[in-house]
Design a protein around this ligand. Structure first.
Ligand code: NAD
Length: 423
C-alpha cells in the first residue's frame, strides 16, 4: 500500500503539484515563508484501520483516511474516494484543492478529503456497506454538519452518502441529514446535485468558448471518464450545449464516432454491459489516444495526472477543461500554456459539485427543499462570479487561469486566517 509516499521530486505526486501552485502565488500576494508553511500542510489528518467481515466469512483490514486541510473560512468539506491505488498524498492533494475551490467560489467552507484503499468493483454491496459504516464509526468524532461533511467522489455515490448519514445518525441518536451531501433526494439530498459538477463545468466552457470564439454547436469534444461527472458532461454537452461528443472512455477503454455519439443510447449500453466498449455504431479508442484527438474541447473527467510531460505535446484540443481534479501535472501545465491551449483549472471548472453540496447543506439546516431550476440558477450565478473574477485577473496580465484562480483563492484564505488572529 503506497500510503506514505512523499517523494518531493515525483511530478505525479498530486500533493507536491498543488504545493507548487500555492508557492507560485506567494510573490503576487507577498506571502511570507511562515504563512506559506501553514498553507502547505493540512491542519489534521486521521488514519484508520477498518477490519471488515467479508461475505466468505474472512476478515480483511482496509486503510482509510480523512484529511482536514484548512477551516479558516468555515467547516471542512470534501468527498470520499474508494480506490485501490489511493495514497495519502493523493488525499492530501485533493483536500488542498478543495480548500482553494471553496474559497474561489466564495463558499463559507474549508477543504477536506477522505478515502479508503479498496477496490469497490471486487466487493459486494453488503461488504461496501459494512466498510462505509466502519469508516464513519472511526471518523465520527471529527465530522459533523459544523465540522466536516463528506460527499461522493470516485467510486462512491448517493447510496454511500445515505449509509454514512445513517451511521452517523445512529451514533448521535438523531437524524443528521447535514453530515453528508450528495445524498439521495428522498433522504435529504438536493435536486440537481448529481449533475451539478458537469453542469457547472459547461457554464464555464460556454463562457471560455465565447472568448475564443468557438461556437459550441459546431464544436467537437472528447471526454475521458464516464462516471458521474463524465457521463453527465457528455449528456449535458450534447443535449444542452449542442456539442458533438466524438469520443468517451472509462477504465475499460473508449469508443469514438467522428459523426458524434448518441450519448443517451451509450448510457443505456453502459448500464446494461458495465462498460462503454463495443457500443453499436462506434469504433474503439484507447484512453491514451483519446487525449490526442484533434477535438475543440478535451474534458478529462476521471483521475489525476493523465496529461503529463510524456503526452502533453500530443494534445491538440483548443480548450482543456478540468472536470476531474488534478488531471494535468505541473510540467504539462506550463507546456500547454506555451502551446496557447486554454486550460480551465479544476478549482474553477468543477466547482458546481461543491456549490450544489453547499446548497444541500443550507436546505438541510432549514429542512427545506428547493426546485431543480432554483439550484441550477444559483449554481450558474456562483460559477459566473468566480469565472469573471478569474478572467479579470488573468486576461490583462496574460497569466494562466489557474494562476489567477489560485491568487484569488489563497488571498481569501489568508485574509480569513488573519481576521481569526491566526497570523
Ligand atoms: P466516478 O467514480 O463516478 O467515475 C469515474 C470514472 O472514471 C469512471 O467512468 C471510471 O471508469 C473512469 N476511470 C477510472 N479509471 C480510469 C482510467 N484509468 N482511465 C479512464 N477512465 C477511468 O467518479 P466521478 O465522481 O465522476 O469523479 C471523476 C473526477 O471528477 C474525479 O477527479 C473527481 O475528484 C472529480 N470531481 C467529482 C465531483 C463529483 O461531484 N462527483 C465533483 C468535483 C470533481
Amino acid at each position: 500500500m503506497k500510503t506514505t509516499e512523499r517523494d518531493d521530486g515525483d511530478p505525479q505526486n498530486l500533493f507536491e503539484n498543488v504545493k507548487k501552485r500555492l508557492c507560485s502565488c506567494s510573490p503576487d500576494l507577498r506571502i511570507t515563508p511562515n504563512v506559506e508553511a501553514i498553507l502547505k500542510m493540512p491542519v489534521r489528518e486521521l488514519h484508520v484501520s477498518l477490519p471488515i467481515r467479508m461475505d466468505d466469512g474472512s476478515i480483511q483490514v482496509f486503510q482509510g483516511f480523512r484529511v482536514q486541510y484548512n477551516d479558516a473560512r468555515g467547516p471542512m468539506k470534501g468527498g470520499v474516494r474508494y480506490h485501490p491505488d489511493q495514497t495519502i498524498d493523493t488525499i492530501r492533494g485533493l483536500a488542498s484543492i478543495m480548500t482553494w475551490k471553496c474559497a474561489l467560489h466564495n463558499l463559507p467552507l474549508g477543504g477536506a478529503k477522505g478515502g479508503i484503499v479498496c477496490n469497490p468493483k471486487k466487493m459486494s454491496k453488503l461488504e461496501l456497506e459494512r466498510l462505509t459504516r466502519e469508516y464513519i464509526q472511526r471518523i465520527y468524532h471529527i465530522i459533523g454538519p459544523d465540522r466536516d461533511t463528506p460527499a461522493p467522489d470516485v467510486y462512491t455515490d448517493a447510496q454511500t452518502m445515505a449509509w454514512m448519514m445513517d451511521e452517523y445518525s445512529k451514533i448521535s441518536q438523531k437524524t443528521t441529514f447535514g453530515v453528508t451531501t450528495g445524498k439521495p433526494v428522498a433522504l435529504g439530498g438536493s435536486e440537481g446535485r448529481t449533475d451539478a459538477t458537469a453542469m457547472g463545468g459547461w457554464y464555464i466552457v460556454r463562457e471560455a468558448a465565447r472568448e475564443i470564439p468557438l461556437p459550441l454547436p459546431t464544436a467537437t469534444a472528447a471526454i475521458q471518464g464516464f462516471g458521474n461527472v463524465g457521463s453527465n458532461a457528455a449528456l449535458i454537452g450534447s443535449e444542452q450545449f449542442g456539442c458533438r461528443i466524438v469520443a468517451v472512455s472509462d477504465s475499460t477503454g473508449g469508443v469514438m464516432n467522428p459523426a458524434g455519439l448518441d450519448v443517451r443510447a451509450l448510457l443505456a449500453h453502459k448500464q446494461k454491459t458495465g462498460s462503454v466498449r463495443e457500443f453499436p455504431g462506434s469504433g474503439p479508442i484507447s484512453n491514451r489516444d483519446l487525449l490526442r484527438l484533434p477535438v475543440d474541447i478535451l474534458i478529462p473527467a476521471a483521475l489525476e495526472n493523465v496529461i503529463t510531460a510524456t503526452n502533453v505535446e500530443a494534445v491538440k484540443a483548443k480548450i482543456v477543461a478540468e472536470f476531474a481534479n488534478g488531471p494535468i501535472d505541473s510540467e504539462a501545465d506550463s507546456i500547454l500554456h506555451k502551446k496557447k491551449i486554454l486550460v480551465i483549472p479544476d478549482i474553477l471548472c468543477n466547482g458546481g459539485g461543491v456549490i450544489a453540496s453547499y446548497f444541500e447543506m443550507v436546505q438541510n439546516y432549514n429542512l427545506d427543499h428547493w426546485e431543480k431550476e432554483e439550484v441550477y440558477r444559483r449554481i450558474e450565478k456562483k460559477m459566473m462570479e468566480a469565472y469573471r473574477a478569474v478572467v479579470e485577473l488573468s486576461s490583462p496580465n496574460k497569466v494562466p487561469m489557474r494562476q489567477a484562480a489560485y491568487v484569488i483563492a489563497v488571498a481569501r484564505v489568508v485574509e480569513a486566517m488573519r481576521l481569526r488572529g491566526w497570523l
